[in-house]
Write a protein that binds this ligand. Sequence first.
Ligand SMILES: [Zn+2]
Ligand SMILES: [Zn+2]
Length: 355
Amino acid sequence: MKLAIEPKVFSDESLNSWLIRGSIANGSDPRSFYIALWEEYKAWNKDLDKHLPKQQAYSLAKMTALTPEEIKNLTLEPYLQKIINKPLNPLGLWYFLIPRGKRGLSQTNGMHFCSECLSDSTPYLKRQWRLAWNIGCPVHKIKLLNRCPNCKIIFSPQLLKYDTPKMYLCSSCGFDLRDSRTTPANGKALKFQEMLNNAIFNAQTTSFPALHTQSLQDLFMTIRSIIPFLLHTYKLKKYHLFFETLSLDISYMEENKIMNVFEKMSTDDREFLLKLIYQFLQSDLKIIKKLLQQLGTTNKAFLSKPASMSPTILYLSKYLKNTNGSKIENPKQYVIKPNTKDEVNRLYCELLELI
Ligand SMILES: [Zn+2]
Ligand SMILES: [Zn+2]
């Protein structure tokens, strides 16, 4: 069987977006369309933008003009694989991939959209809108949104019904999302966002003075592991020297409580962190090393899981005080103190990533 009508895929389109447009073009709703394509594979429960199993990619390729490889390249797996040197677990949470939203759950993030891009003659969803470093639209210079401003439900185009088959309509209340109120995105954050998009999608790398190597993995995993470090240390008075010397403006953190892991943060929190990290990456690695040594930073501060995948953090850790070593030498002097509530919450969020 071949699809009666097959929409032409856009070069930056997500798999789910192409399938939703396919279902609309063929007079169906996405859910019935998925059943027609894959029968018992419950695609509406799966995150198709993230990963599609080989078997489903092959059966889809038989019905369309695309090869299984081209279908895989519509998912984010091949791109996020570039920044991790071990196979990605399709069932796990992936660094930088915004978890897909569930209807009715206010804590989820999911697919974002640019309300002005949805006004194009053929609206579609872009792959990069699922990646946590994307906070705005580089064309329209506005912040991305992730929920209907009318009913507050998470944007869920895969739940559109056959009688309201428009990508720009809220699947829950029918509100025209093109009429959403928008806010401008910060220019520096957008610039850094596009550098990262170019690095991962177009293999255009940019070198930063703060990095020890120029690999993609170093760039992305240093970003990912410096976030919990910055969120933790800004509360410590002695680290004001660190933030001041590197010209890092942390006033946003003093006014707003950032609690979640990066992938689950609000667009505003992520926009702030992008600006902060962009500034951090432009600092000299030697100065960062000296500052950390001066402040007596221990390598324990960098023991999060993403840090073990960052060559820059591993390099810096070699010059920091080794807390593990001193624990073994003086076991009796090691006092276990209870963590603060904030710290427990932060660790819990980090832990959730690993489950
Ligand atoms: Zn746009
Ligand atoms: Zn709505």
